[in-house]
Ligand binder design. Structure first.
Ligand SMILES: [Zn+2]
Length: 485
């Protein structure tokens, strides 16, 4: 058999096993796995290295305007390059609808922006305006194009769609086999806190963490799950940051609810003490939900170990520490006017490998599952996230022993800071491939602008009994059929 590339001598690691072997690649796909493969126009020596599915970043904000109109620092070129240096072969950033905008218009806008990507990509839509037109016509057309997930917000006045809006959109999602993602924080609890903090004159960055109580997340997760159960729709909770929220996810998963969840490195690696830095420097660590405390960190790690989370995602939301980003509303501003979010797309997998695998929390299988394979399965990237014949040759070759210090330059993004600065990490993705093409090799970029392709994703396969609400069961409500089948 002829191969374009053979990766030989490495240890193959997938979400289910570890084995010694070679990989044969042709036309961008894996075509052979064997103990030993000869030939190949190019042979890549993976001796003493781990050969894993390329990472899939399932939560990133790339070339996206916030609802207040600030454009993030990374476009699809810099964002995808940064992702590639972090061991990712594909990503699923958000394509955000602003109120009044049609979904077709949103997709056309992001198609133009994403054409520069060096890794494969899809989008999760963000839906802020679920009008009848959007629900009945525009969204189903987006689903048919292979955009089989979207996110809604329970917080922010400009974005949240209310409980009734959520029920309507969850019903549509269930009917089409797509996944609803949710940013779960209680909007009124946060506004109530903001008003009280403002009245007391407490507006420095550190109060951002105070203003968004853990209970605001717990309450909203519980409500989101209840809404999804009422219509038996699958739900994905993004960026879980609290022990209480994670405990709800764990309980519901055990009960068979169709529920998925992620947490992010910043909630595992950082605490809200970072917001106490002098002057306005705490602004670098303003993100929502906010950083929590060391106790919460420990609880989240125990949930990562226990399998409560499907993914660890970056929530890369790059706002520079200047007037284009964090301070677009001015330098000396109260915390609610600081741009929300922090970068981390290049740091996600190196952090997870170092702290998780080297640190003894995770197996290599867990690492692949949390960084790649689960996202492929849940979000319908059927050709990605594994090393089997027929899959795309999206591969990352990791040196598990190399160490390095995290620096801004090492992130290869368009930012002027990294929240992970100075962290000592073990494990480096030395070679990263996208559909058989080497895009990063020993710290050098080998990709060309625009080589990434749009990935049409499959609908979600509903599995298991799900949740049958008594009042919506025709056998128990006098034969009335008022729920989705
Ligand atoms: Zn986000």
């Amino acid at each position: 058999m002829e191969f374009d590339t053979v990766i030989h001598g490495g240890t193959l690691v997938t979400a289910s096993e570890t084995a010694r072997g070679d990989i044969g690649i042709r036309d961008g796909r894996i075509v052979a796995l064997a103990e030993r493969l000869d030939g190949g126009n190019r042979r890549i020596d993976a001796g003493n290295r781990l050969v894993m599915p390329g990472g899939i970043e399932a939560h990133a904000h790339i070339a996206q305007e916030s609802s207040s109109g600030i454009m993030g620092a990374d476009d699809y070129l810099s964002g995808s390059i940064s992702a590639a240096f972090g061991g990712n072969s594909s990503f699923i950033p958000f394509a955000a609808q602003h109120r009044g905008q049609s979904i077709d218009d949103v997709i056309a806008t992001y198609d133009a922006r994403a054409a520069r990507s060096v890794i494969d990509y899809s989008y999760h839509l963000i839906v802020t305006d679920p009008s009848a037109e959007v629900l009945e016509d525009q969204l189903p057309r987006a689903f048919q194009r292979g955009i089989t997930s979207f996110k809604v917000f329970m917080t922010y006045d400009m974005m949240n769609i209310g409980d009734g809006g959520m029920l309507d959109i969850l019903t549509v999602a269930r009917a089409h086999g797509v996944i609803t993602m949710v940013h779960a924080e209680n909007n009124d609890m946060i506004k109530w806190m903001n008003a009280r903090l403002a009245k007391a004159g407490l507006t420095e960055p550190r109060y951002h963490a105070i203003s968004r109580p853990e209970l605001a997340e717990e309450e909203a997760i519980n409500r989101a799950v209840s809404l999804a159960k009422l219509v038996d729709a699958p739900l994905f909770i993004v960026h879980v940051s609290t022990a209480g929220g994670a405990a709800i996810v764990q309980r519901e998963r055990l009960a068979g609810t169709r529920l998925f969840a992620e947490t992010c490195p910043q909630y595992l690696a950082l605490t809200r003490e970072a917001l106490d830095r002098p002057g306005m420097e705490g602004a670098k660590f303003v993100c929502s939900p906010p950083l929590r405390d060391a106790e919460t960190q420990d609880a989240l790690w125990s949930h990562v170990r226990a399998g409560t989370f499907d993914s660890v995602s970056s929530d890369h939301a790059p706002y520079r520490y200047d007037e284009t980003g964090k301070f677009m509303n001015g330098r000396d501003i109260p915390y609610p006017r600081i741009a929300n979010g922090m970068p981390g797309i290049a740091a996600r997998l190196p952090y997870l490998f170092s702290e998780g695998v080297v640190g003894g929390h995770l197996s290599l299988q867990d690492f692949v599952a949390l960084g790649s394979s689960n996202a492929a399965r849940i979000f319908g990237m059927t050709k990605k996230g594994g090393l089997a014949p027929g899959k795309d040759a999206d591969i990352a070759i990791w040196n598990p022993e190399a160490t390095r210090t995290m620096t801004l330059a090492g992130q290869h993004d368009s930012m002027d800071y990294t929240p992970f600065e100075g962290m000592e990490l073990t494990g480096v993705p030395e070679v990263v491939m996208n559909r058989g093409a080497v895009i990063v090799e020993h710290g050098e970029l080998r990709a060309t602008e625009g080589q990434g392709q749009f990935v049409a994703r499959a609908p979600h396969a509903l599995r298991g009994p799900g949740h049958r609400v008594k009042e919506l069961d025709p056998a128990r409500n006098f034969g009335a059929r008022i729920a989705p089948e």
